[in-house]
Ligand binder design. Structure first.
Ligand code: DON
Length: 585
């Protein structure tokens, strides 16, 4: 499938870039006729159910559970549990996430993001780093929200018994699965950071790596999954797994306690809902910055009348770059809604939008200081963001009745803290690093953030994770999301734009080259080697110096008319920038 996707992307590039969906489709049909492509399988098409995720095993298991009478919630839970076995560098029981769920005709947001331990404080990382000593890895572990998140989601909307959802994940952990190219690379790169539990789990006894095609078994994780299957979330938060977690984290210099685990709670939140070009777009509210940033960006494209510009022309990209830069300036006024008064309504108001728009009329050299002063009117907080690394993942699930789950799960860094518990083989997050850990200073990814996002006990750090659902005339037509740190926001925004405004099919909307601007640092990030030098030159002439680097990967399912059969069908697609499988029927 990967080869097919790459060929397809190459073909699109050769054709002078997309836009002409029908032209490409025709050529594809001709090529198919001559058997140049064995099948035209991406995006995956189905009538009843569709999932798109990073892990082939997860997508297949999710489809199977739906076929056995489960619903989209059951499918999403199975997928995440499978990913905790097959893709622990992105998703593990020791992480957390954010989800939008469309059940019973309404969209709700579930926050199961990691929280700061009770012993945390705003200065903890500064104190730990005295004498230029790096803070210990254990200190970056936030209270994992994953198991409670899946449990609460199942309590509210699950259809099949909780225990049944664990059969395939336990099987994968117990009897093993074949590691792939991405697994081999992602794990190997983290070797030097790993604690003994990670080394024992992810390397062979002689500490040599598992290579693609070899089988990895995780008996400890299989035991943990069985305990959670039989006893529910308590096994993780209050019983033997909890003791394994606390023991391991404290040995690695962390402060997380049994009390923290016992106290952890998920939150159901109201999504931010925006009308855009006749669609209802549902976005994640704080503690995610998605609602504010993406809705501002969408609104600005309307004001700039970007829809009249040719796709991927320098004029259009310049407009998108300006849009992103301004929209991102709102991100840093936000924090956990239980701890700070987020100026959400003000930031997405028409008046504030007009003020941002007015800045666009200024010369580029005058814009930054104006954006800064405007920001100060909404918040006392300051500062910016920089690139993070690709260590999160997203899955999108949808069925023919419009039930859908958009769920982004994460350990934050690649394999999180690189700490894995020795007994139950649970990989742990380093999500505390999403806080403003050292005010005024960049974190390990170059992030410098605001007071609104300072560390406090039981507080959740600000996120860029953007699970998103779109409806038209009360019907869900799109569900999507992505990993990629701040690039999540720009990627989800651009895929929404390509789909809702340019009307590209979901696969083309995802594969189209993207750009990223996050206000600070003042760089434009572009998909490497995917934009023409002429276009890049034009952007540079307008003060947008481009750097090649793109890490976000979108996973989406859409409901759209099949061009051949003139019938609405479910299309699952994922980014050719990384691994994945869309699976449906
Ligand atoms: O919540 C956030 O914004 C980050 N922890 C997400 C990290 C991420 O997406 C890294 N992966 N690419």
């Amino acid at each position: 499938m990967r080869i097919k996707l790459k060929l397809k992307t190459k073909l699109k590039t050769k054709l002078g870039l997309i836009n002409k969906t029908s032209k490409i489709f025709l050529i594809a049909l001709v090529l198919n006729f001559f058997s140049l492509f064995p099948a035209w399988a991406v995006p995956q098409v189905g009538q009843k159910f569709m999932i798109s995720s990073v892990s082939p095993q997860a997508s297949e298991a999710a489809k199977k559970i739906y076929q056995q009478g489960g619903n989209v919630v059951d499918a999403a839970i199975v997928a995440v549990l499978c990913m905790s076995v097959t893709s622990p560098y992105y998703a593990a029981l020791g992480g957390g996430g954010l989800a939008l769920v469309h059940m019973n005709a309404q969209v709700e947001a579930l926050d199961f993001r990691e929280a700061a331990p009770l012993k945390s404080s705003a200065r903890m990382f500064m104190d730990a780093q005295k004498d230029n000593q790096k803070a210990p890895a254990g200190l970056y572990v936030g209270i994992p929200g994953m198991v409670k998140g899946l449990w609460d989601l199942h309590q509210k909307y699950g259809k099949l018994p909780w225990k049944k959802l664990f059969q395939e994940p336990i099987h994968l952990a117990q009897t093993g699965f074949q590691v792939g190219g991405e697994w081999q690379q992602n794990i190997f790169k983290q070797k030097d950071r790993m604690n003994e539990g990670s080394l024992q789990t992810f390397f062979k006894k002689d500490k040599s790596p598992y290579l693609a095609g070899e089988t990895l078994k995780q008996p400890g994780l299989a035991k943990a999954l069985s305990l959670i299957a039989n006893r529910g979330e308590k096994a993780f938060y209050q019983q033997e797994i909890a003791r394994d977690l606390v023991d391991t984290i404290q040995k690695s210099g962390g402060i997380l306690s049994l009390e923290d685990l016992k106290k952890y709670k998920t939150r159901w939140l109201k999504p931010i809902e925006r009308e855009f070009m006749g669609y209802q777009v549902y976005l994640m509210p704080p503690p995610s910055s998605a609602g504010v940033v993406i809705s501002t960006a969408l609104d600005l494209t309307e004001k700039l009348e970007l829809q009249n510009k040719k796709i991927l022309s320098s004029d259009e990209l310049l407009g998108l770059a300006q849009t992103l830069k301004l929209a991102f300036s709102s991100r840093f006024s936000l924090g956990d809604p239980d701890f700070v008064q987020n100026p959400t309504e003000k930031l997405i108001s028409r008046e504030y939008l007009q003020k941002l728009f007015d800045i666009l009329k200024l010369k580029p050299s005058e814009q930054n200081s104006k954006i800064e002063s405007l920001r100060q009117t909404v918040s006392v907080a300051t500062d910016n963001s920089a690139l993070e690394h690709p260590e999160t993942t997203h899955l999108s699930v949808m069925d023919s009745e419009g039930h859908s789950v958009a769920m982004t799960v994460s350990l934050n860094g690649m394999l999180g803290s690189a700490i894995t518990t020795p007994k139950y083989q649970i990989a742990l997050n380093d999500t505390m690093d999403d806080f403003n850990t050292r005010p005024g200073q960049a974190n390990q990814y170059g992030l410098i953030q605001d007071n609104a996002n300072a560390v406090a006990p039981m507080k959740r750090p600000l996120s860029s994770m953007s699970p998103t659902i779109v409806k038209k005339d009360s019907q869900v037509v799109l569900t999507l999301g992505s990993p990629g740190g701040p690039q999540i926001l720009s990627s989800v925004f651009q895929v929404l734009y390509r789909k809702l405004v340019n009307k590209l099919d979901i696969d083309l909307a995802i594969q189209t080259p993207r750009i990223h601007h996050q206000f600070k640092p003042d760089y434009l990030y572009v998909d490497q080697n995917k934009l023409s030098p002429d276009v890049l030159e034009k952007l540079e002439q307008n003060s947008y110096k481009a750097q090649g680097n793109f890490i976000a990967r979108v996973y989406a399912v859409s409901l759209e008319e099949h061009p051949l059969f003139k019938k609405k069908m479910l299309f699952g697609a994922f980014d050719s920038r990384g691994e994945g499988l869309a699976s449906g029927y």
